[in-house]
Write a protein that binds this ligand. Sequence first.
Ligand code: BJW
Length: 266
Amino acid sequence: MAEIPVNSIQFSEELIRIIRSATHILVLTGAGISAESGIPTFREAQTGLWAKYNPEDLATPESFQRNPRLVWEWYTWRRDLIQKAIPNPGHLALAVMEKLVPNFHLITQNVDNLHRIAGSQNIIEFHGNIFQTKCSYEDIIIESWPETRDIPPRCPRCNHFLRPNVVWFGESIPQQAITSAINCIQNCEVFFSIGTSSLVEPSASLPLTARLQGSVIIEINLEHTPMTYLADFVLKGPSGKILPGLIANIWPQFYPQDTNFSSSKS
Ligand code: BJW
C-alpha cells in the first residue's frame, strides 16, 4: 500500500491556529513515542515490556533488594535493545518544533535518550536515564567501576550494588525535574500528552495541572486514556505520523511537501 504523505493528514483550522500562535508549549512523552523506534512499551498485553513479568518484580527498590541480579540483567537487556534504536519521525518532529516555538520544553518519562539524540535540548527527564548508573546506597552517579564477576557490579566507593539511574515505583521523581516541570506548566499555553497511558503518577496528573491553569490540552495516542476526557484535541494515531504531519501543516514555509522526516544512524 502507498505511504500517505505526512502533509496530507487533515487537522482542524482551530488546532493549527492555536499551535501556530503559541509562544509557550510543553510536551509530555511516554513509551508510545519510542514504539516506532522498536522499543516495546510497558503495558501492552502481548508485546509490552511487562508481558512476562509483574512490574513489582522489576521496577521497585524492593525487587532490587530481593533479586538484584534479575533486575540488573533486565536493564542490561533493555539497554542493549535501546542502544540499537534510532529516533523516529515523531522524535525528530519535536526537535524541529523546539526550534520554531519561542518557549518549548519537553518532559519525558522515557529513559531511552532518544529525544536528545533527535536534537531536542530543553528536556526534563522525569524517570531518569537508563545509560546512567548510580550507587544504590549513596544515590550518586558512578561513571566507571572495576570489572569483576559481580552482577550487579559493586560501587568502587562503598562496595554496595550499582543500579540504573531510573525512578522505580515508590521512589521520588528527581527534585529538579519536578521544579522545572512546575515552572514550565505555569506558563504553558499548549500542553501535548503523547504516547503515554496516563496511568503512572505524578506524570499522569501533569495534563490536569496544565488544564487548571488554562492550557489547551492535545493528546496524541493510538488509544483512549484516562486523560482523553480532558483533552481539547484528541489526535488518534501513531505519533511518528501525526507529529510530522502537524509540523508540515503549521509551518509549511519551513516544511514543504518534500520534507524528509526519516532518520538515519550516524
Ligand atoms: C502510542 C504508540 C504510538 C503506543 N503513537 N501512542 C497517586 C495515586 C496512585 C498511585 C500513586 C500516586 N502517586 C504515586 C503513586 C505510586 C506510583 C504510581 O503511579 N502507581 C500507579 C501504577 C498507580 N508512582 C510512583 O511511585 C512514582 N513516584 C512518586 O510518585 O513518588 C512520590 C510517592 C512515592 C510513593 C507513594 C506516594 C508518592 C514513581 C513512578 C516511577 C515509574 N517508573 C517507571 C519505570 C522507569 C524505569 C524504566 O524504564 O524501567 O516508568 S514505570 C513505567 O511507567 C515507566 C514509564 O515511564 C511509566 C509510564 O508508562 P508510559 O510511558 O505511559 O507507557 P505505557 O506502556 O503505559 O503506555 C504507552 C502508551 O503509548 C499507550 O497508551 C499506547 O496506546 C501508546 N502508544 N504506540 C502514539 N506509535
